[in-house]
Unconditional design. Structure first.
Length: 277
């Protein structure tokens, strides 16, 4: 009997090696150039506005015009030439047509077509932010917006104050003139103060001592108390008896308002209050 040999059938797996998947390289956007092509204005600092002022436009021993280039690792000479695209001497080609950099009445306007001069003044000139500065319209807009918002806050606050509080605030600024004002005039002047000097007004409106200061001013105006000519001593007007000494570097009525909160000061406050009534 024939014996069938068990044939082992070996299954062969086929491995297809695929080529490695290559990722498409991401496009890297070049860094955005922060330099904007626009007209620019430059102003002398410290409120100076001479008829003319000339800045150094080329390097010399008397007026060094160099810029340390951190990327290159060395100083580079600067000069302003009207026929060159760069303010760096090592990037200029051919004969250079030199020109002066002149501020007139404290101002220098440079149109956008004069890029070499703009970059010299805005980026590299050693007198930048020392002798002159570039007008920053964005920063000015932010400052203006902050001022407007502060003014609105002050006006809204002024509109909520009662007449007594308004009178107390105005008395610290206008003195005895407040006594002759009616309620409409008080409200008007309060609004004007809030509009003309918002920080001061807001500070006074939130000052817990402002009414006490006003009380002290009223007492002096009424001839109940006296403030010495040297602004250092408060005393009773009737007998010249000393009430308190004003500390150095303090406003007299601010010091008096704080003193009214002490035990001794509270007694004087009540005594003055009775005289008013």
């Amino acid at each position: 009997m024939a014996t069938k040999a068990n044939k082992k059938v070996e299954s062969k797996e086929t491995h297809i090696e695929s080529d490695p998947i290559l990722e498409t390289p991401k496009k890297v956007s070049p860094p955005k150039n922060s330099w904007e092509i626009k007209d620019r204005a430059y102003f002398l600092l410290h409120g100076k506005s001479p008829l003319t002022l000339t800045l150094a436009s080329k390097h010399s021993s008397h007026f060094p015009l160099m810029y340390f280039d951190e990327k290159q690792g060395y100083e580079r000479e600067l000069r302003y030439a009207t026929n060159q695209k760069s303010p760096f001497v090592d990037e200029q080609k051919g004969l250079a047509t030199m020109a002066h950099i002149v501020f007139k009445d404290g101002v220098l306007m440079v149109p956008k077509k004069m890029q070499a001069l703009q970059k010299l003044l805005s980026l590299y000139h050693p007198q930048r932010n020392k002798t002159y500065t570039e007008q920053d319209q964005v920063a000015e807009a932010v400052d203006e917006l902050d001022n407007i918002q502060l003014e609105i806050e002050a006006l809204n606050l002024a509109n909520t104050l009662d007449i007594d509080h308004a009178e107390a605030i105005l008395r610290t600024e206008l003195g005895s003139a407040v006594s002759k004002m009616n309620s409409k005039e008080l409200k008007r002047d309060l609004m004007l103060l809030a509009k003309s000097n918002p920080p001061l007004f807001i500070s006074l409106a939130h000052d817990e001592n402002v009414e006490l200061r006003s009380f002290g001013i009223r007492a002096a105006e009424a001839g109940i108390i006296n403030l010495s000519q040297d602004q250092r001593t408060f005393s009773w007007a009737t007998n010249n008896k000393k009430l308190m000494t004003v500390p150095f570097d303090e406003h007299p009525y601010s010091a008096l308002a704080s003193w009214f909160k002490t035990d001794e000061g509270m007694l004087v406050y009540k005594s003055i209050e009775k005289k008013f009534s």
